[in-house]
Design a protein around this ligand. Sequence first.
Ligand code: 16G
Length: 242
Amino acid sequence: MIQKDSPIPIYYQLQEQLKEMIENEELDPGTPLPSEREMAEKYEISRMTVRQAVTNLVNEGLLTRSKGRGTFVAEEKIEQTLMKLTSFSEDMRARGIEPGSKLISFEEVQADANTAKHLSIPPDTYVFQISRLRFGDGEPMALEVSYLVKDRLPEDTVNHLENSLYDYIEQQLGLAIDRARQTIEPSFATSREAELLTIDEGSPVLLLERTTFLSDNTVIEYVKSVYRGDRYKFIADMKRQR
Ligand code: 16G
């Protein structure tokens, strides 16, 4: 299938053939790719050439490389809209994926300057710092660290965090979540984030920060989240302003 006398570079021929197989679903998400050596032997080309084709597909997000485990066909990314204020649980359910949440830590801390600014409170005010690992069909997707003002919540809040935080705020506390401001930035997974998210240290991740307001304009939550770069993309529909 590789034409060595073609003016098209060999790595590019292999890359395009692999791409076609992924796009035609001949190679399903999660399928391990044969080793560089095996592919080099099969196509009678050098390992360097195989590596170049594979690296390009990793960079394009069609393949994922995992240290010590090999290279796999990437899972399809979750498309997250930026047009609606939704909870993690709602986002997952809307896609037929079962949401999950594991409380990693719950601490009462004094807000640092940045957290205080976002929550519109004086620095050093007591806040709950809630770290949760979020799952989709049992797979870790995101690590969320939420800050909520302690005085605005009941003492037993810690007992209500195994499921949806938004459900707790709205249904149990009867508060009306209204709007949010969110930023998204690229970053690399730290060793702790990598361990929790079961990705390699240094893998691309998306840092999301969200400040969520109630309808009376109080800030109910400031959250800093780390989303897996290999599993998420964000989507917005835009209309030209005239
Ligand atoms: C989203 C929000 C998070 C919120 C959570 C509630 C971001 C980055 N994350 O994941 O702030 O706590 O939804 O989801 O905006 P839940 O109701 O399922 O706990």
